[in-house]
Ligand binder design. Structure first.
Ligand SMILES: [Zn+2]
Length: 228
């Protein structure tokens, strides 16, 4: 590649002026090129904010916690929807996630000829609640307090008509949830996601990232560690 660049004159003239003999060494030059390329790739990756506690794209797993372990989102709201099986208003999500969920619940209901409604089992769970809950939890099931997507106010555990998601409903979710920014976080098993498969657990990531994961057929953790 280097020879090609030199031969084509891309690295001649201005690009070469001011460089020491040492920098003209092909190995050093190639290292510089690849670090430039690396920076480019990294900046494309960082178009997502995977680290800030209040980011919709915050990555959480057994080794990635909230920077402030007892973080509570500032914009939690009751979900305003009349298209869920149970009373959505008893459950809280962050404002944008709740609005997108309400929209998804309405589409779900109409996709199944108004015969099925999403039922909600759990949404926001505080740090303290998660801490208490973990006492009665199986390994690889509940997230440790300070690392749960439920604490982020972005995750929702759901079923259909008060029961588990049946396969047609799950299929609909898999093909449509990303349009409203939702992603099934634990879909590939402990080895990849660090948790057992949870078809009921959907997490808001925003439409852009959820759609990217849908198109790549990847789980959030799978994608995250591939970027690293
Ligand atoms: Zn969950």
């Amino acid at each position: 590649m280097l020879t090609l660049l030199l031969g084509s004159g891309i690295l001649s003239g201005d690009a070469m002026s001011g460089m020491s003999i040492e920098q003209l060494d092909p190995i050093v030059l190639e290292q510089q090129l690849s670090s430039e390329l690396k920076t480019k790739i990294e900046s494309a990756f960082s178009s997502y904010d995977l680290n800030s506690d209040s980011s919709y794209e915050k990555f959480l797993d057994t080794t990635h916690f909230f920077n402030d372990r007892s973080y509570t989102p500032g914009d939690l709201e009751s979900i305003h929807s009349d298209f869920t099986f149970n009373n959505a208003r008893k459950f809280k999500l962050r404002k944008e996630a709740g609005e997108q969920f309400a929209d998804m619940a309405r589409h779900f209901w109409s996709a199944f000829n108004k015969k099925k409604k999403i039922s909600i089992t759990s949404t926001f769970r505080s740090y303290d609640f998660q801490k208490k809950m973990n006492g009665s939890c199986h390994a690889h099931h509940c997230a440790e307090a300070g690392s749960s997507e439920h604490q982020a106010g972005l995750a929702i555990d759901l079923g259909v008509n008060g029961r588990r998601l049946d396969s047609a409903s799950f299929e609909w979710m898999k093909n449509n949830a990303h349009k409203r920014g939702f992603h099934n976080t634990y879909q590939k098993g402990v080895e990849i996601d660090g948790k057992m498969v949870e078809p009921w657990h959907w997490r808001y990531l925003g439409v852009k990232l959820a759609t990217e994961l849908y198109e790549k057929k990847m789980s959030f953790a799978e994608w995250y560690y591939q970027q690293k």
